[in-house]
Design a protein around this ligand. Structure first.
Ligand code: A3P
Ligand code: MG
Length: 328
């Protein structure tokens, strides 16, 4: 695979892999230590450790690149958070990056950018924090955006089986996509690599649909209507995080629907950028529910779009027609 962004890929892959290992370590501890953010969504030691690891790596290799990331260290600065800060530093140190609490907070805050710029990274240190907490799917999601176009997309999925045909095979898969250069999936714990491609299913009644576990993140009612319209009789597969994009990319599912639950919710770029390129480079198509391409020039939010439809491409137009019929 010829690569225009070879160095960026290497740095990003190493950082995402290390962040995945830190997340796993926290997950296997008795208490992943959760805080509730001001919007009442959960955040854990692992979210902060992952963000510190990835932001540090990008800052060292690409000092001028802004990073738009989900977390910030503001809540960690309070005096009563000293132990929590110390635990984050210990988790970062445990994966081979020696750091104290102050250093870790500085790295986390490297992800403070919010505005569009000609070249920037976007990071979700743990996408699907609810999935992480319940032992389900989650992802470390990283993308590089140049002139509004995603050029690199990585999804580290520590709980995703590497090869869907080997259910008892290795667990942990990192999808790495580069625009125009394809996608490969790497095992987290070995050098095993796989080429993947979306499915070729065109018969709409045969489409395997995936969606969020959380009905507050995507309307399950509308997706049931759309499935009925398409003649789909199988139940949707529900999983947390951008692991949904990874499953569409490797043909394990044919369709991922993210349907607005309320008017005015603006999707965050870090919840999609990595996954979008992973699906596109595997041969699939991603638009919003109105059929428009996702617009990554608006800062941290996808304010020009509503919802997301990611498919194997073949079925995309038929799905959009069903989405319109359902009145999404
Ligand atoms: N009302 C809403 N509609 C769509 N997405 C939402 C939402 N409220 C929160 N989210 C996002 O949904 C993400 C999880 O998606 P999924 O349901 O596919 O696992 C969360 O990411 P984090 O887990 O990183 O906070 C959060 O950003
Ligand atoms: Mg997220």
């Amino acid at each position: 695979m010829s690569s225009r962004y070879q160095r960026e890929r290497e740095v990003a892959l190493e950082a995402v892999r290390t962040a995945c290992l830190a997340c796993r370590n926290v997950r296997s501890a008795v208490d992943p230590a959760k805080l509730d953010k001001s919007d009442r969504s959960p955040v854990t030691i692992a979210d902060f450790a992952s963000q510190a690891i990835v932001c540090r790596a990008i800052r060292r290799s690409f000092p001028d690149d802004p990073i738009i990331a989900e977390e910030d260290a503001a809540a960690l600065q309070k005096a009563e958070m000293a132990e929590f800060r110390g635990r984050i530093a210990a988790e970062v140190t445990a994966v081979g990056i020696e750091a104290d609490a102050a250093q870790v907070c500085e790295w986390i805050d490297e992800g403070h950018a919010t505005e569009f710029s000609p070249r920037f990274w976007t990071l979700d240190p743990i996408d699907g924090t609810k999935g992480f907490l319940r032992g389900g799917q989650y992802a470390v999601a990283l993308a590089l955006i140049v002139e509004g176009e995603i050029v690199l997309g990585l999804l580290g999925c520590p709980n995703l089986v590497f090869d869907p045909d080997r259910a008892d095979g290795p667990v942990g898969a990192i999808s790495v996509a580069e625009r125009g250069a394809g996608i490969s999936v790497m095992a987290i714990d070995s050098d095993e690599t796989a080429d993947v491609r979306v499915s070729s299913t065109s018969e709409t009644s045969q489409l395997r649909l995936c969606e969020s576990v959380e009905s507050g993140h995507s309307s399950h009612g509308h997706s049931a209507q759309i499935a009925e319209e398409l003649g789909i009789s199988s139940d949707p597969v529900r999983l947390d995080s951008q692991a949904k994009y990874a499953t569409v990319a490797r043909g394990e599912a044919d369709l991922y629907l993210r349907l607005p639950t309320r008017p005015g919710y603006v999707e965050r770029i870090w919840d999609h950028a990595g996954g979008v390129l992973v699906v596109e480079e595997a041969g699939g198509t991603v638009t919003d529910v109105d059929g428009k391409p996702l617009d990554f020039t608006k800062g941290a939010g996808l304010s020009a779009n509503r919802g997301v439809v990611a498919s194997n491409g073949t079925a995309h137009e038929a799905v959009l027609a069903a989405v319109r019929k359902a009145g999404v």
